[in-house]
Design a protein around this ligand. Structure first.
Ligand SMILES: Cc1cc2nc3c(=O)[nH]c(=O)nc-3n(C[C@H](O)[C@H](O)[C@H](O)COP(=O)(O)OP(=O)(O)OC[C@H]3O[C@@H](n4cnc5c(N)ncnc54)[C@H](O)[C@@H]3O)c2cc1C
Length: 388
């Protein structure tokens, strides 16, 4: 066993978790991995992969039992994100976005909302999380989408950009500002949009560097009448819900990046043991060994750190914002570094589409940008050391 295989083998899954992981690995090997190149080339939404994920009931593992789920540990959820993302980053982010969009409803919705809105997700519906607007990227408080109370409804007007699953989601967790509250931070509120609501439209789909199978949409809300019953918490609760939710979606983004990094590392090891130049396998060159050693070390640390954050969450911890930021920051920087080195390791073949190294590098870049750019995470972590 090499060092990375030993790190993986040392993780202590219980029997139920082990069984789920074996099923996920089999499904990934049989369905998702063979489909990855095709969806990257065509940009088709990978419905076949979503069906395979749903055949295993993988959304159910993060939905409470009372609302149709079969909950298992957060650590297991993160590992599933990594396994799927290792095979196909697009499918990994589609699955993870269900969690990112629906976890705030699970944690902050009332029982009526959860009973009405979650069973669809537990049985395989798609979720989305809609925060970003043209004027509100890193600074979410700049959002302009408005929520105006009118009788039993809330009238939603505005637009969002860059929304993953935006065109296919059954439920969209939507952030906007409550009309009548002037303070930008105190006005942020959150509600659930359901598929088919009148006034909802998809006005654009991005053409991207990578993640071609995952749709990234611009959405418009033209006076959508959303029942008041779909408001999560109270008007103005949105920012607190957003911050608490990001703490759980950021490790999930880290797990997605970890999957990409694992794929690139495995490819480097196998190519290094196969490709011969100057009469030697390229893994025999000391410079390449140093590269592998450094990357293996970083991957091992990222693996352990993500598990550490997961253990805090599974143990009921509440104060883990910096730990979550660090996981996101280091896993995504590693995914970019690992995939760049992977392309280099493959020489000219790495630059061409015959091998997946090129796709991995394109897929890795966004992990440093979404769910808070890495500059923002460095700033969050750095300023936590300021003395009060
Ligand atoms: C493929 C894709 C999928 C996405 N999916 C979703 C989704 O599902 N839901 C959603 O709501 N959003 C989504 N996003 C949006 C994503 O989260 C934002 O793009 C990201 O938060 C950055 O915002 P921005 O693009 O407006 O960049 P800006 O905020 O304009 O940043 C521009 C540059 O300035 C830097 N910068 C900005 N503020 C600071 C600061 N305070 N300190 C230091 N540097 C700073 C940034 O790091 C960056 O380099 C997605 C984006 C993409 C491309």
């Amino acid at each position: 066993m090499n060092l990375i295989e030993k790190v993986a083998a040392a993780r202590n899954w219980n029997d139920d978790e082990r069984q789920v992981l074996e099923q996920v690995q089999r499904m990934t090997d049989e369905v998702i991995a063979p489909n990855a190149e095709h969806i990257d080339e065509t940009g088709e939404f990978p419905w076949k992969n979503v069906e395979a994920i749903n055949a295993l009931g993988l959304n159910a593992i993060f939905v409470p039992e009372a609302f149709g789920g079969m909950p298992m540990s957060y650590k297991l959820y993160l590992e599933i994100v990594s396994i799927i993302s290792e095979a196909c980053a697009s499918t990994g982010i589609i699955y993870a976005t269900n969690y990112h969009g629906m976890k705030p409803l699970i944690d902050f919705g009332n029982d009526e909302q959860r009973a009405r809105l979650l069973p669809k997700i537990a049985e395989g519906g798609l979720g989305a999380l809609a925060i970003t607007e043209p004027t509100a990227g890193s600074d979410a408080t700049g959002m302009k989408t408005s929520f105006t109370e009118d009788g039993d409804d809330i009238v939603v007007k505005g637009s969002k950009v860059f929304i993953t699953n935006g065109d296919v989601a059954d439920r969209i967790l939507l952030f906007g500002k409550w009309a009548g509250i002037d303070d930008a931070r105190k006005a942020i509120s959150v509600l659930i949009l359901e598929k088919g609501m009148e006034g909802f439209s998809v006005i654009g789909k991005e053409k991207k560097m990578g993640h071609h199978g995952s749709s990234t949409c611009a959405l418009a809300f033209d006076n959508i009448r959303v029942p008041h019953a779909n408001l999560i918490g109270n008007p103005g609760d949105g920012l607190a819900i957003l911050l608490a939710s990001l703490n759980k979606s950021r490790p999930s983004i880290a797990a997605h990046a970890r999957g990409i990094a694992r794929a690139a590392f495995k490819d480097m090891v196998s190519y290094g043991n196969e490709r011969v130049q100057g009469g030697k396998k390229i893994i025999e060159f000391q410079g390449n060994q140093f590269t592998l050693a450094d990357l293996a070390g970083e991957l091992a640390m990222v693996e352990r750190w993500i598990d550490y954050v997961a253990d805090i969450v599974d143990g009921g911890g509440k104060d883990f914002g910096m730990e979550a930021s660090l996981a996101k920051l280091r896993a995504s920087d590693l995914a970019m570094k690992m995939t760049t080195e992977c392309v280099q390791f493959y020489g000219g073949y790495g630059y061409c589409r015959d091998y997946r190294a090129e796709r991995l590098m394109r897929d890795a870049k966004i992990t440093q940008i979404w769910e808070g750019t890495n500059q923002v995470h460095r700033q969050l972590i750095g300023r936590s050391f300021r003395e009060k």
